[in-house]
Design a protein around this ligand. Structure first.
Ligand code: SF4
Length: 78
């Protein structure tokens, strides 16, 4: 007898793209993350300094190496 629920209709916990490297303990290369030293359009709200993963002053939980507070990458998450 079926319970009438499709597996795809169940709610799964929301995870962001960047949660995987953080949970696994490894970091993504800057190239793979498409990191740039200046945020899109030369600034604005989406910069590393406003990102959930930024570690002041020049690090990131997600990507390797030096990270500028004015930078940005594909893993940006506020
Ligand atoms: S946008 Fe966020 S995840 Fe990407 S390099 Fe900056 S602090 Fe790290």
């Amino acid at each position: 007898m079926s319970c009438g629920l499709a597996l795809s209709s169940l709610a799964w916990p929301a995870t962001s793209q960047a949660d995987e490297p953080v949970k696994s303990g490894w970091k993504v290369s800057q190239e793979a993350a498409k990191y740039i030293d200046k945020g899109p359009l030369g600034g604005g709200a989406q910069i590393c300094a406003n990102c959930h993963y930024f570690i002041d002053p020049y690090e990131c939980l997600v990507i390797e190496g030096y990270v500028s507070p004015q930078g940005w990458c594909d893993y940006y998450d506020d």
